[in-house]
Design a protein around this ligand. Structure first.
Ligand SMILES: Cc1cc2nc3c(=O)[nH]c(=O)nc-3n(C[C@H](O)[C@H](O)[C@H](O)COP(=O)(O)OP(=O)(O)OC[C@H]3O[C@@H](n4cnc5c(N)ncnc54)[C@H](O)[C@@H]3O)c2cc1C
Length: 462
């Protein structure tokens, strides 16, 4: 097979879409509308915000509005790894909020338990399963890092198993694996099915949804907030902004969140012989442990979804759909897949896509309020928002209500991450940082730039 063949005929949309893009189901905003709570953004964060607001007060008049359609953004394109972590992983949380780590772990565990209960109660068929996750070392210097992470799991009383090269090979077979850890926390889901299930649950509770309605302006008036689209005007008492990596409506958020494009491939379904050649009987989510990492998993129809590694920031923070097909990134991913599973040489790719990740310099969201406390936002989940988006939505509702809760008292809520420099400095800063991260991946040494950034609590991740 030639290199070019890899991408020919590959469907240019997420594997979760089945045979094509899910159509919008609700009408655009039209004319003059009023509501108690408006949620901008119909992804996981926005839908959880609507559901939780209606759970607290079933009589509340809630509208959810989206520029495109439900699940258009990261929520309908992600890898479907469901992590309990609210701190972008145990290692990062321990390094950044050591004194609050026990609280963060407890809140994260409660969050996934409540997601599980809600999905069961609502009968959402999204293939949610709690299979744990494995992380593998593929370079000799990464083995020590995995051991440290395993010890950190023990320190916090989290279940994890360290696997030697041979043990790892008998779990999942790849010539690239040198060691691994398997953590029992976490699971997998079909993220688009989850998002659409949350949409239905929100509608059942009375939320009204308007798709194909990009909000172009937001302003305050004496009794609330006014938003405009090209076809309508909406007056709300309060607003939650859940717009993720897309251009924020409030200027104050702009310097904190960078849209970073993450690329993904899916293969054709594996047959029994191909499955037997890799093992992977626990069917868990997998990732490797470099700064630039791949994440991969099997789907319910036994494809392999293979994504990550090449996180691309475009000058000026572009988020237009023209970025979804980047041959260079998809080819690189294909090469890495072939190197990881050479025994699957004949397997073809069926889907390829990309999505914008809302990256902050601290890898966890930015929370806050604007327009006199009538607008709250939760953006910046940095590639780990499938579960933590629900937590973020609840923080935004707490802030809107002016309530002091255990959530709003967390340092990660009260303090903002370090902002990114404005263009034309953002792009070169990201490129320099990516190069330094790639160097560390190659030689195992944290260079001067990264050490300096560590001192200021800033980084770049996806
Ligand atoms: C390729 C990829 C893989 C990922 N893998 C994982 C994973 O495996 N596990 C994990 O935990 N996380 C993962 N993530 C991150 C996760 O998907 C996100 O953190 C999460 O989906 C964020 O949900 P959201 O609702 O905040 O944003 P989104 O789902 O992006 O929703 C935002 C919505 O806001 C709408 N919007 C934006 N601006 C406007 C406007 N002006 N007016 C109206 N509507 C507007 C958009 O149309 C969009 O639908 C991944 C992300 C990507 C891109």
């Amino acid at each position: 097979m030639t290199r070019r063949d890899e991408l020919v005929g590959v469907r240019p949309y997420p594997v979760w879409h089945g045979d094509g893009l899910p159509p919008a189901r609700s009408a655009p905003l039209a004319g003059e509308v009023t509501c108690d709570l408006l949620v901008v953004g119909a992804g996981l964060t926005g839908l959880w915000a609507a559901i939780e607001a209606l759970r607290a007060d079933p009589d509340r008049d809630v509208v959810v509005i989206d520029a495109s359609h439900v699940g258009f953004g990261a929520s309908g394109r992600n890898g479907g790894f469901v992590s309990a972590s609210l701190s972008h992983g145990l290692g990062h949380g321990h390094a950044t909020w050591p004194t609050e780590m026990s609280t963060l772990l407890r809140l994260g565990d409660e969050n996934v338990r409540e997601i599980d209960a809600f999905v069961t109660q609502e009968g959402i068929a999204a293939g949610l399963r709690w299979c744990g996750q494995s992380m593998v070392a593929t370079r000799p210097h990464e083995v020590a890092g995995l051991r440290e992470l395993h010890e950190l799991h023990q320190h916090y009383g989290r279940e994890s198993v360290f696997l030697t090269r041979d043990e790892m090979q008998s779990d999942v077979r790849s010539p690239t694996y040198l060691a691994g850890i398997h953590a029992s926390s976490g699971g997998l889901v079909d993220p688009l099915a989850l998002t659409l299930g949350l949409r239905d649950a929100a509608v059942r509770r009375g939320a009204r949804i308007h798709e194909n309605s990009p909000v172009t302006s937001i302003s305050r008036d004496p009794t609330g907030v006014v938003i405009r689209t090209s076809t309508g005007r909406l007056h709300a008492d309060k607003v939650v902004l859940a717009t993720n990596a897309f251009r924020p409506l409030l200027r104050r958020i702009r310097s904190y969140v960078l849209p970073v494009w993450d690329h993904v491939l899916a293969t054709d379904p594996l047959d029994a012989e191909q499955l037997a050649s890799i093992g992977w009987d626990q069917n868990q989510g997998m990732r490797d442990s470099g700064n630039q990492f791949h994440y991969y998993r099997r789907t319910d129809d036994d494809r392999i979804l293979w994504g990550g590694y090449d996180a691309i920031y475009y000058f000026g923070g572009k988020t237009d759909e023209g970025r979804v097909l980047r041959d260079q990134s998809h080819r690189l991913l294909a090469d890495h897949f072939r190197a990881t599973f050479p025994q699957l040489g004949g397997l073809r790719f069926s889907h390829r896509w990309a999505g914008a990740i809302d990256t902050t310099s601290r890898f966890t969201p930015l929370f806050g309020t604007g327009l006199g406390g009538r607008v709250a936002y939760a953006v910046g989940f940095t590639g780990l928002g499938v579960a933590s988006s629900r937590f973020g939505a609840r923080v935004a509702l707490d802030l809107l209500a002016g309530e002091v809760t255990e959530r709003t008292e967390l340092s990660m809520v009260r303090r903002k991450p370090v902002p990114f420099p404005p263009e034309p400095l953002t792009w070169p800063t990201v490129q320099l940082t990516r190069a330094a991260l790639a160097r560390e991946d190659r030689n195992g040494r944290r260079g001067r730039l990264l050490r300096l950034m560590d001192r200021f609590g800033v980084g770049f991740d996806s």
